[in-house]
Write a protein of this length. Structure first.
Length: 179
């Protein structure tokens, strides 16, 4: 029974570590300064309202900041952006490119080479390429936007330096770190 409890505790700790955002020291310092400069966010810290602070940073940025999506399910654009008339005359090479790209089960649109592969598979000026472009981008959260680079527009999506959600524990830790 004790072994089971220990194993459960280890697994729970491991799963928490998986979801915690990995911030560098510089990112932690930037985040802390950002929070301290905003009276509304600082009030949440003072009240130790870590959940509201977490929710704030995990919401989509306002104004919207667009980034390349690092994990696009190919079924998304096959079902929503594919113009099958473009595809009926595809060469064996185009089919091979798309099949190769789909082996891993997702497209990482952050990688220019993968976007180029889609252009090669579908044709740069094709209706299909135009139809799948919106699915290769997504709005960034406030925390992702804080560390993103680039214009962040639909025409010129930004690149994320960190991805995912920040936890209330991450925020508490960042604010507790000494200057």
């Amino acid at each position: 029974m004790i072994k089971k409890l220990v194993l459960m505790a280890v697994l729970m700790a491991a799963s928490f570590a998986t979801y915690a955002m990995q911030l560098t020291a510089a990112q932690s310092a930037t985040l802390k300064a950002f929070i301290q400069a905003d009276p509304v966010l600082l009030a949440m810290v003072t009240a130790q309202d870590w959940i509201s602070l977490q929710d704030h940073f995990n919401e989509d940025a306002d104004p919207t900041y667009i980034v390349w999506n690092p994990r696009v399910d190919p079924n998304t654009f096959l079902e929503n952006g594919m113009v099958w008339a473009d595809w009926k005359n595809a060469s064996a090479g185009q089919v091979a490119i798309l099949n190769t790209m789909m082996i891993k089960g997702y497209i990482n649109a952050e990688k220019p080479n993968e976007r180029l592969g889609l252009e090669e598979a579908f044709g740069k000026n094709s209706a299909t390429n135009a139809g799948i472009q919106p699915h290769l981008k997504r709005p960034a959260s406030r925390i992702e936007t804080l560390f993103a680079l680039g214009a962040g527009t639909t025409e010129a999506p930004g690149t994320m330096a960190l991805r995912g959600a920040i936890t209330h524990g991450d925020l508490s830790t960042v604010m507790a770190e000494s200057e």
